[in-house]
Design a protein around this ligand. Structure first.
Ligand SMILES: C[S@@+](CC[C@H](N)C(=O)[O-])C[C@H]1O[C@@H](n2cnc3c(N)ncnc32)[C@H](O)[C@@H]1O
Length: 353
C-alpha cells in the first residue's frame, strides 16, 4: 500500500491519531501565549471550520501544500488529514515550533512535512517542492500545488499582490504550473478582491486579481470564531489562475497604471491617470490615452471594466515604449505636499485597496 493511502487508515482505524488541538488554556500555559498584534495573530480553534477551509481548496490528496502561518496548527491538522504528499509550513513565531514538530513527527511516516521558521515574505516557494513535476500551464487540470492559510491581516494585501506578480511571471509557486490559493482575508478585503464593475467595493485589488485569476469568495466566518476575536468577520477566498490571462503587459506596468486609475476613486478617472505623466506633457498624453483607449475620461474608476482598465494600460505601455523617459516619472516624488495642497483634496492612492 502506498504510504499516502495509509494515513487516512492510520487516522481512522489503526489508532494513530494526531494529537488533539490544544485548548486556548493549554496554549496560554504551554507557550505563555499572548497573541502578538504585529503578527496579526487571530487563531481559529474550531476544526469543523478549518476542515471547511481545506475542503475549499479542492482535492489535495497526494498534492503539494504550503501553509502560511500555521500558528497552533488547526488548519495544519485539517491539511494532514487530507493526505497531501508534501506539506511545508512557514511560521514566523518560534513559539509554535514545538507544536509543528509534534505534528510532523506523527505525520512524517505517511507524508513529507517541512517546518520553516521564517517570514513568508522572504520565502522562496519555487524551492519548496523539489519532487513536484512541472505542469503545463495550458492544461485544463490545475497543478497539484496549493497555498493555504489563515493569513496575517497585516500583510495579506501585500502578500496577495506579490503572489499575483509571481503568477503573472510564472515564478514562485507558479513555476510548477497553475497553483491555486485558498486564503482568508478580512471580509471587506475579500469582497474587494471579487468585486465586479460598479460595486461599492470595486478597487485596485479587484482589477488586479481579475486580470490573472478567477477569484471566488467561498464563505464568511464570523469574527467570533477566532481567538482573540478580531474587529471584523473573515472571508475565505479561492484564487485560481487563468489559463489565458487578460493581458500580456508586464505586471509592474499594469500595477502602476491600475494604482493610478484607482488613486482618486471618487473623482473622474482621468485625474488619477493624468498623474502618470510629467506636467509638461500631462494634458496632451492624458487626452491621447483616453482617446486611443476609447474610455470615457469622466467615468469614475469603479465604473470601469477590467477590459477598459487594460486598454488604458496598453496605451500607456505603448507610450512608454515610444517615450521611455516617462516610465520613471513619479508625481509624488519631488513635491508630495505641494501636490496635496494644490489639489485641495485627499489622495487615497496609498489606502490598502
Ligand atoms: C491569523 S494567524 C493564523 C494562525 C493559524 N493558522 C490559525 O488559523 O489559527 C496568522 C499566523 O501567521 C503568522 N505570521 C504572521 N506574520 C507572518 C509572516 N510574515 N510570515 C510567516 N508567518 C507569519 C502568525 O504568527 C500567526 O501564527
Amino acid at each position: 500500500m502506498a504510504a499516502t493511502t495509509k494515513i487516512s487508515k492510520a487516522l481512522t482505524s489503526t489508532g494513530i491519531r494526531l494529537p488533539p488541538l490544544p485548548t486556548i488554556r493549554d496554549l496560554i500555559k504551554l507557550y505563555q501565549l499572548r497573541a502578538i498584534k504585529q503578527l496579526s495573530q487571530n487563531f481559529l480553534m474550531d476544526e469543523r471550520l478549518t476542515d471547511k477551509i481545506v475542503r475549499a481548496a479542492g482535492n489535495i490528496r497526494d498534492h503539494y501544500v504550503l501553509e502560511v502561518g500555521p500558528g497552533p496548527g488547526a488548519i495544519t491538522r485539517s491539511i494532514i488529514r487530507q493526505n497531501p504528499r508534501h506539506l511545508v509550513v512557514v511560521e514566523k513565531d518560534r513559539r509554535f515550533m514545538p507544536t509543528m514538530e509534534m505534528l510532523a513527527e506523527v505525520a512524517q511516516p505517511f507524508m513529507r512535512m517541512d517546518i520553516v521558521q521564517g517570514d513568508i515574505l522572504d520565502h522562496r516557494i519555487e524551492n519548496a517542492f523539489p519532487d513536484c513535476p512541472q505542469h503545463d500551464w495550458m492544461d485544463v487540470k490545475l497543478a497539484p500545488v496549493h497555498l493555504i492559510g489563515n493569513l496575517p491581516f497585516a500583510i495579506s494585501t501585500r502578500l496577495l499582490i506579490n503572489w499575483l506578480r509571481d503568477m503573472s511571471l510564472r515564478t514562485g509557486a507558479w513555476t510548477y504550473g497553475r497553483a491555486s490559493l485558498t486564503l482568508t482575508f478580512q471580509k471587506e478585503v475579500a469582497e474587494r478582491i471579487v468585486a465586479p464593475t460598479l460595486s461599492d467595493q470595486r478597487c485596485r485589488l479587484s482589477v488586479m486579481n481579475q486580470i490573472w485569476s478567477n477569484p471566488e469568495l467561498r464563505f464568511v466566518i464570523s469574527g467570533r470564531a477566532f481567538v482573540p476575536k478580531p474587529q471584523v468577520d473573515v472571508g475565505v477566498v479561492t484564487i485560481v489562475p487563468m489559463r489565458t490571462p487578460l493581458t500580456q503587459v508586464h505586471f509592474d506596468t499594469v500595477e502602476k497604471v491600475v494604482r493610478h486609475i484607482f488613486s482618486m476613486r471618487q473623482k473622474y478617472c482621468r485625474r488619477g491617470v493624468a498623474n502618470l505623466y510629467p506636467p509638461e506633457v500631462r494634458d496632451e498624453l492624458t487626452e491621447q490615452t483616453f482617446r486611443q483607449a476609447e474610455v470615457d475620461p469622466l467615468a469614475r474608476s469603479f465604473q470601469l471594466s477590467v477590459a477598459e482598465c487594460l486598454r488604458i494600460v496598453e496605451v500607456y505601455d505603448a507610450l512608454v515604449r515610444k517615450h521611455p523617459e516617462i516610465a520613471g516619472y513619479d508625481y509624488r516624488a519631488p513635491k508630495v505636499k505641494a501636490a496635496v495642497v494644490e489639489d485641495g483634496e485627499r489622495d487615497d492612492s496609498d489606502v490598502e485597496r
